[in-house]
Design a protein around this ligand. Structure first.
Ligand code: NI
Length: 389
């Protein structure tokens, strides 16, 4: 029987688990109920289970055969601080918290794969099931790495997936290279000299300098890097003054930078620093520039991406796999795993992104019809990577 067909037998149970997790969303590093649900489920399958890896993370270990080869499959478990606006029975029971990114689904898919592989251990090697906390901004992946993830559970490669609204059900998208961007933040403080607004010659106006600075920063993306390497620099905050007749002493500007390549990220940061320094010198103001690196870009390794595309084609058919569609300017802390190990992070079709069913929207819901495809993808990936020789 085709794998997808045999997985349909688990669909009702997995849907119930997914909806239970959806109804009980927990924020970053607070995933105590979710982690316990995961750990108990793994233990019920007879899988060696490690709690508290990277605070609230859980790792399951499943071995078969004699090979020393090993891979890690990762699911994220955390929810978002959003008030859910759906009315269905499994809507969030926690005010102001919601699984609006489908991590409830990701957790369920990996539990489904653990269940199937424990009953059908047709592979040779070790599978680590990585249930990661705190993907949404708090960095659960680096927390697991700092907790010795790759020393305690040595693996050759690591794999992840994310549901993707707008990608049809039963489809998988694979990128041979960058798939998600970095997410950096910057804060700039312009310190001029306050004065009477009617006597500007007595001051140094940080509002005027800030206005020119915002424009000058827009030249960074357009003029300092290769136009074929995408980047975004968005100024999203500009705070200055609170009176009509006062030139304020300071102005503050903040925003975000997104890029797909580490070199581009560095180029942008350096150019911003030069512009701030030059603008300060030109106007006689003090300009401080703070650039904080967030999640790095998520960059798949090419052989692993091509491997994943072949696996996805086995599950979804050739027509169900898109290779190298446009990457996303969103960010993902799976990037940290890919800095340590080769691997690949794919998008799994969640169906049409209609009626607010888009990521981080209060009307979003993970599509339970995607469960068999996601589980089949994980199971096939393990069987192919750890194929008995
Ligand atoms: Ni997400």
């Amino acid at each position: 029987m085709h794998l997808l067909e045999s997985l349909r037998a688990d669909h009702a149970e997995l849907t119930a688990i997914r909806r239970d997790i959806h109804a009980h969303p927990e924020l970053a590093f607070e995933e105590h109920r979710t982690a316990e649900l995961v750990a108990r489920h793994l233990e019920s399958l007879g899988i060696e289970t490690h709690r508290g890896v990277g605070k609230t993370g859980v790792v399951g270990v499943l071995r078969a055969g004699t090979s020393r080869r090993a891979i890690g499959l990762r699911a994220d478990m955390d929810a978002l601080p959003i008030q859910e606006l759906n009315q269905f029975c499994h809507r969030s029971t926690h005010a102001g918290r919601m699984h609006a990114c489908g991590h409830d689904g990701h957790t369920t898919l990996l539990l489904g794969a653990a269940g199937y592989l424990s009953r059908h251990p047709e592979f040779d090697g070790t599978v680590y099931f990585l249930f990661q906390p705190a993907e949404e901004g708090e960095g659960g992946a680096p927390e697991m790495i700092a907790d010795g993830l790759f020393q305690r559970f040595p693996m050759d490669a690591v794999f992840g997936l994310h549901n993707w609204p707008g990608l049809p059900l039963g489809h998988v998208a694979v990128h041979r290279g960058p798939v998600m961007a970095c997410a950096d933040r910057f804060d700039i403080e312009i310190r001029g000299r306050g004065a009477h607004a009617a006597m500007p010659q007595q001051g140094i106006d940080p509002v005027l300098i800030g206005a020119q600075l915002v424009q000058a920063l827009q030249s960074v993306v357009s003029r300092t890097k290769d136009p074929l390497d995408a980047a975004v620099l968005s100024v999203t905050q500009f705070h200055a003054g609170d009176a009509y007749n006062v030139i304020p002493e300071t102005a503050r500007i903040g925003g975000t930078v997104r890029a797909f390549y580490p070199e581009v990220r560095t180029q942008v940061e350096e150019a911003m620093g030069r512009i701030c320094a030059g603008m300060g010198a030109a106007f006689g103001a003090q300009i401080s520039f703070e650039y904080r690196r967030g999640y790095p870009p998520t960059i798949n390794s090419v052989p692993e991406a091509e491997f994943c595309a072949r696996v996805a084609a086995e599950v979804c058919g050739e027509h169900g796999v898109s290779v190298d569609p446009k990457p996303s300017m969103g960010a993902e802390d799976f990037a940290y795993f890919l800095q340590e190990k080769p691997g690949c992070y794919v998008w799994l079709g969640n169906g049409p992104g209609e009626g607010g069913c888009t990521l981080h929207n209060p009307h979003y819901d993970f599509n339970d019809e995607a469960i068999p495809y996601g589980v089949a993808y994980w199971v096939s990936l393990v069987r192919r990577w750890l194929e008995p020789v």
